[in-house]
Each structure stands twice: as structure tokens, then as C-alpha cells.
Design a protein around this ligand. Structure first.
Ligand code: TPP
Ligand code: MG
Length: 356
């Protein structure tokens, strides 16, 4: 079992609780019309995101999906900024111009989700390849839902990582659903670890609702990837306890299945562990929860007091370098080669208006 200190074990509890409590705030705010866009919760799966992200080093990178808020919090994005992000208020990630977990923070090693499912892993392949080319000791971790993992783009990314022996770990979140499609209609395999054979990569299956098991398995996988072992797969067995998003009442989910998984709630189970081991008794856990809730009270108010971006400002912060030259974004730009603005650098001029 894990070699985490008592302080770290309590910190894991804080992250698990924070993830759930923050999402509960999101849900209330959604019902008040304060959340812009969809709200995709990770209820019941928090241990998968938190435990796996906790196994990474500071210099490593993650590519979270929309259901990996826990990983984003572990990487260090403050809850108050997540509230401002979900509520489309000004914030350092997107300035309120995009929603949910759709942002990239290079300083924290976070690659934002990409809406066409399965494509994100290929982008992370590029990050991992760059690490290797530069001889940097860094690992990339990609999260993929069971549905996303069945796309052509995902297979290509997994295959590339495997063939190139990239320092990567893929955490396949087998939460049994892709929107209203059950996972036995997504793949012919019954045991999802079987998919690893197609790429010939090492695989571990883990109870995704057991935060320490997730942590241990991911730490082993990250260690192998760091030591030159190439692409690794971790299949986390978990369950999506709510509908796909707030608009989905999950009427297609069998009630008894939900009940069975409710018995395996990751927070309840970890609380039992903390009790049994004496790492955090009921009193200590209550202090942690109260502290989290007090922080969230302040953070919600801060977000409500933070302005939304001005419509007239919609065109700013779209480009990487706000003050730099605006390079035409398409090679078939209506701004032809000869008409390229004078401040476009020569390299861009060469391709700016070329017919391809
Ligand atoms: C290529 C593609 N097809 C469909 C969608 C629409 N879509 C968004 S999320 C989703 C379900 C994803 O399921 P899964 O990958 O299992 O992740 P989960 O929602 O269970 O976390 C679908 C179908 C999309 N974004 N991209
Ligand atoms: Mg799924």
C-alpha cells in the first residue's frame, strides 16, 4: 500500500472533498443561472482524478477531460479561479471567454480538453515527444473516457505513443457510460484492460473509487514511464453517478446499478480508511471540511463580484501574443502575400498567402 505520510493522506482527503464540494457549489450556481454553458460533474469518480494526479511530479503534464476537476485542483488551480471560470467571470486562464475545464496552463502542466473526443492524446504526444527530444525528465498523463477511448483519433494517439515509447500514461476512466451509451455497447471487450494488447503497452486495472489504489497504480505507471518504459495504461473502474450533464436526467440508467455503486462512494470509503488507521478521526475531518467550505463561501462571493468580459473586448486575448503581430491564421488568408501587413514577420509572410 502507499507510502504517503499522514499529512499527505489528509491532503488527499482535502482534495477529494474539495472536488465534490466545489462541484456542489457549481450545481447550485447552475440552477441560479450563474454558470455559463454545460455543467459536467464527476460525482462518484473523484478518486480517479485526484489519486492519479497526486502521483505526478511538479514538472509533469496532464490532459484532463471535462470530468477531471480533481486533477486540475491537484495541479494547483485555485478553487476561486475555477468558480470565476465556470461563471464566465474574468480569470487568468481564459478571461471568462471559455467555460468549464477548457483552458491550458503551461506553468502548471495542464493541457486543456479538446472538444472532438480522442484528439487530446495526440497533442499530449507532442508534449511528451518534446520532453524526450530535450532530454527532460518529465511524464505526461492523459485522461480519456471509455467513449473517447473508442475513437479513431484516440487509437492513433495511443499507437504513436506506444511505437515511440513516449514517457506517457493514459488513464482510461471506465465509468460505464458515454452519454447514454453503456460501455458494453462501446467496445466488444468485456475486460477493458484487453485493449492494451492492441498497442502492446503495460496495463494495470484499478478500483477507480479507491483513491489510494489509484494513486499507487498511477505512481507505478509514472515510474515506469519515467524510467524509459514507454507508454503505460491504467484502467480505472468507476461509475458516472449523474447524467452526462445537468440537462440529462439519466432515466436510461438502471436504478439498482446506481444503488450498487453508491455503496462504493469514494469519499465514504476513504473516510472509513482514515478512521480505521487513525490518520484523521471524525473531528479532524470535520475541520478539513469546514475549512474547505469557508474558503468556498469566500470564493463564490469573489466570483459574483468579478465582472464578465465586455462584449467589445471579445477579440482580445484570442491570440497567444496579444501585443505582437497578428499573423493571418490561414494559409489561404484573404490577406494575400503582397497585402500582408508590414508588421507580419518574414517567416509568416512566406506562408501567409501561398496557395497550397
Ligand atoms: C468525436 C466526438 N464525438 C462525440 C462528441 C460528443 N460527446 C461529448 S462528451 C461525450 C461522451 C463521452 O463519454 P466518455 O468518453 O465515456 O466520457 P465521460 O462523459 O463518461 O466522462 C460525447 C458523445 C464529441 N465531443 N466528440
Ligand atoms: Mg464514460
Amino acid at each position: 500500500m502507499s507510502t504517503l505520510s499522514a499529512t499527505q493522506l489528509r491532503e488527499l482527503y482535502r482534495y477529494l472533498y474539495l472536488t465534490r464540494a466545489l462541484e456542489e457549489r457549481f450545481e447550485n450556481l447552475f440552477k441560479q443561472g450563474q454558470i455559463v454553458g454545460g455543467l459536467y460533474r464527476s460525482l462518484g469518480q473523484e478518486a480517479t482524478a485526484v489519486g492519479s494526479a497526486y502521483a505526478l511530479g511538479e514538472e509533469d503534464w496532464v490532459a484532463p477531460s471535462i470530468r477531471d476537476l480533481g486533477a486540475i485542483l491537484v495541479r494547483g488551480v485555485e478553487p476561486r479561479l475555477m468558480l470565476r471560470q465556470y461563471m464566465a467571470r474574468d480569470n487568468p486562464m481564459t478571461g471568462g471567454r471559455d467555460n468549464t475545464t477548457h483552458f491550458t496552463v503551461p506553468e502548471l502542466g495542464i493541457l486543456g480538453p479538446i472538444s472532438p473526443l480522442g484528439t487530446q492524446i495526440s497533442v499530449l504526444n507532442g508534449v511528451a515527444l518534446a520532453f524526450r527530444v530535450r532530454s527532460e525528465d518529465r511524464v505526461c498523463l492523459a485522461y480519456q473516457g471509455d467513449g473517447a477511448s473508442r475513437t479513431g483519433a484516440h487509437h492513433e494517439g495511443m499507437n504513436f505513443a506506444a511505437v515511440q515509447d513516449l514517457p506517457m500514461v493514459a488513464v482510461l476512466e471506465h465509468n460505464r457510460w458515454a452519454f447514454s451509451t453503456p460501455s458494453d455497447a462501446e467496445a466488444a471487450v468485456e475486460d477493458w484492460t484487453d485493449v492494451a494488447a492492441a498497442y502492446d503497452v503495460p496495463v494495470e486495472q484499478v478500483d477507480g473509487n479507491h483513491v489510494l489504489e489509484v494513486y499507487d497504480a498511477t505512481r507505478r505507471a509514472v515510474g515506469r514511464a519515467r524510467d524509459g518504459g514507454g507508454m503505460q495504461l491504467v484502467v480505472a473502474e468507476t461509475y458516472r453517478m449523474l447524467g452526462h450533464a445537468q440537462h440529462d436526467d439519466q432515466e436510461y440508467v438502471p436504478g439498482e446499478e446506481l444503488e450498487a455503486w453508491r455503496e462504493r462512494d469514494p469519499l465514504d470509503r476513504y473516510e472509513a480508511y482514515l478512521d480505521e488507521t487513525g490518520v484523521a478521526d471524525g473531528e479532524r475531518r470535520r475541520e478539513i471540511r469546514d475549512d474547505v467550505e469557508a474558503g468556498l463561501d469566500e470564493a463564490v462571493q469573489e466570483a459574483l463580484d468579478t465582472p464578465r468580459p465586455e462584449p467589445s473586448d471579445a477579440g482580445s486575448r484570442v491570440w497567444a501574443d496579444e501585443d505582437g503581430p497578428r499573423v493571418p491564421w490561414t494559409r489561404r488568408s484573404p490577406v494575400g502575400y503582397d497585402d500582408a501587413p508590414a508588421d507580419v514577420p518574414p517567416a509568416a509572410r512566406e506562408t501567409g498567402g501561398e496557395e497550397t
